[in-house]
Design a protein around this ligand. Structure first.
Ligand SMILES: Cc1ncc(COP(=O)(O)O)c(C=O)c1O
Length: 413
């Protein structure tokens, strides 16, 4: 028991993984990466077909992001954000406010904690505003907002969430805008704007987000936009909310925030929400929430570098060309046996196969076949996701979509 794989099987527990199967299978161990390519300990190369679970933007080992992290490391890696501030955290907050048109940034560590902070802020906001009965949260069927308990409460995927029900708070569950409740007791509505990611890349009808904003304006409820997956160009615009000209009251950012280099998250909100928490110390209006690594300098330096890359490399402009190539490549899956739908938006591509029962593991089998052919991604049930990093070359993108087609043909047809 001394190889890395043996020790992985001996000591580790992987996320969202049936470990019995994991321990019986060959383990792929990544040792290096560059651009859109991941390299394993055996020297085999794979294309990163899901941007390392939707995090990586400009590719692995981008010289500017690497240099920014190394430069920051030579100054300071981390100091507490309690009672202290730091240079990159301040600079990043200013950039994020300019980009999102929101006013205040609260840092945390990942998508779940960004959502957790938004939920708790929304609840406490109404207490400070003298409306303590506004405690209801409206959330959507099939929503996914992370794995901490507040995020799970607003989540709506029973496979992931049902086991934890005894620990969750009740929410008003709706599946479309027309089901929004009447009354003025809703604290906030929580949504993944434009597309529900973990539900299997399901698009909302166009205009739905705007409708939600109008409903919130009418009833006074706050709008929490979970841009953890959609943020930073994934849907073709910097943020999904821009496509419906919506300014939410909260925006949760994580995943691509650091370009996919380090765990860092941000919950952005308005000056109106922020001001409700101001008071004398003894009024205890403080937002009593925080994490040890809040405002981590390395993460903030990486995020600033990633945003500079957007400007210097004209990244958003490039995405128009890449997304149409992704879409053209995936549309060709339509003719295959077993394919029931092909969906594309910006740099998100999804091919749905089936209908197959989950136990048949058809999505998993297609992805295993893709891995054998040198492309890595993960399915969501019967939906195969292709979400390449923005540095992907035309040839690499062509390879990804071709391998996906060949793998579906080999498994389903
Ligand atoms: C929309 C959305 N919100 C929140 C999360 C949770 O983010 P994290 O895994 O960083 O906690 C995810 C993760 O996939 C997500 O897609």
């Amino acid at each position: 028991m001394n190889s890395l794989a043996d020790n992985d099987h001996r000591y580790l527990w992987h996320p969202f993984t049936q470990m019995k199967e994991w321990m019986a299978e060959e383990t792929l161990i990544i040792a290096a990466a560059e651009g859109a390519v991941l390299r394993d300990t055996e020297g085999r190369e794979y294309l990163d077909g899901n941007s390392s679970i939707w995090t990586n933007l400009h590719g692995h080992r981008h010289p500017k992001i690497t240099a920014a992290i190394k430069g920051q490391l030579d100054r300071v890696a981390h100091s507490s954000f309690l009672g202290l501030s730091n240079v990159p955290a301040i600079e990043l907050a200013e950039r994020l406010c300019a980009l999102t048109k929101l006013d205040r940034v609260f840092y945390s560590d990942d998508g779940s904690t960004a959502m957790e902070a938004a939920i708790k802020m929304a609840l406490q906001y109404w207490q400070h505003r003298g409306q303590p009965r506004r405690v209801k949260f409206v959330a959507f069927t099939d929503a996914y907002h992370g794995d901490t308990l507040g995020a799970v409460s607003v989540g709506g995927i029973s496979l992931f969430h049902a086991a934890f029900k005894p620990l969750l708070f009740d929410v008003v569950r709706v599946s479309k805008a027309s089901e929004l409740p009447s009354g003025n007791d809703v604290a906030a509505v929580v949504i993944e704007p434009l597309v529900q990611g973990a539900a299997g890349m399901k698009w909302w009808p166009r205009g739905m987000l705007r409708e939600l904003r109008e409903w919130c304006d009418k009833t006074g409820a706050l709008l929490i936009a979970d841009e953890v997956m959609t943020g930073f160009g994934r849907t073709g615009t910097m943020f999904a909310c821009e496509q419906e000209k919506v300014r939410p009251d909260f925006m949760a950012l994580a995943k691509g925030l650091t370009g996919g280099y380090l765990p860092l998250a941000a919950t952005l909100t308005t000056e109106q929400v922020f001001r409700a928490f101001l008071g004398e110390y003894g009024e205890f209006k403080t937002f009593f929430h925080g994490h040890s690594y809040t405002g981590n300098q390395l993460g903030c330096a990486a995020a600033l570098a990633s945003l500079r890359v957007f400007d210097e490399e004209g990244t958003l402009g490039k995405l128009t060309v890449l997304s149409s190539q992704l879409s053209d490549g995936l549309q060709r899956c339509r003719e295959l046996v077993g394919v029931v739908d092909v969906r594309c938006l910006g740099m998100i591509g999804a091919v749905e196969i089936g209908p197959y029962p989950l136990e048949a593991k058809m999505g998993i089998k297609v992805c295993a076949e893709m891995r054998r052919r040198g492309v890595l991604t993960r399915p969501i049930g019967n939906v195969i996701i292709l979400m390449p990093p923005y540095c992907v070359t035309t040839g690499q993108l062509e390879r990804m979509t071709t391998v996906l087609r060949e793998s579906i043909r080999s498994v389903c047809g």
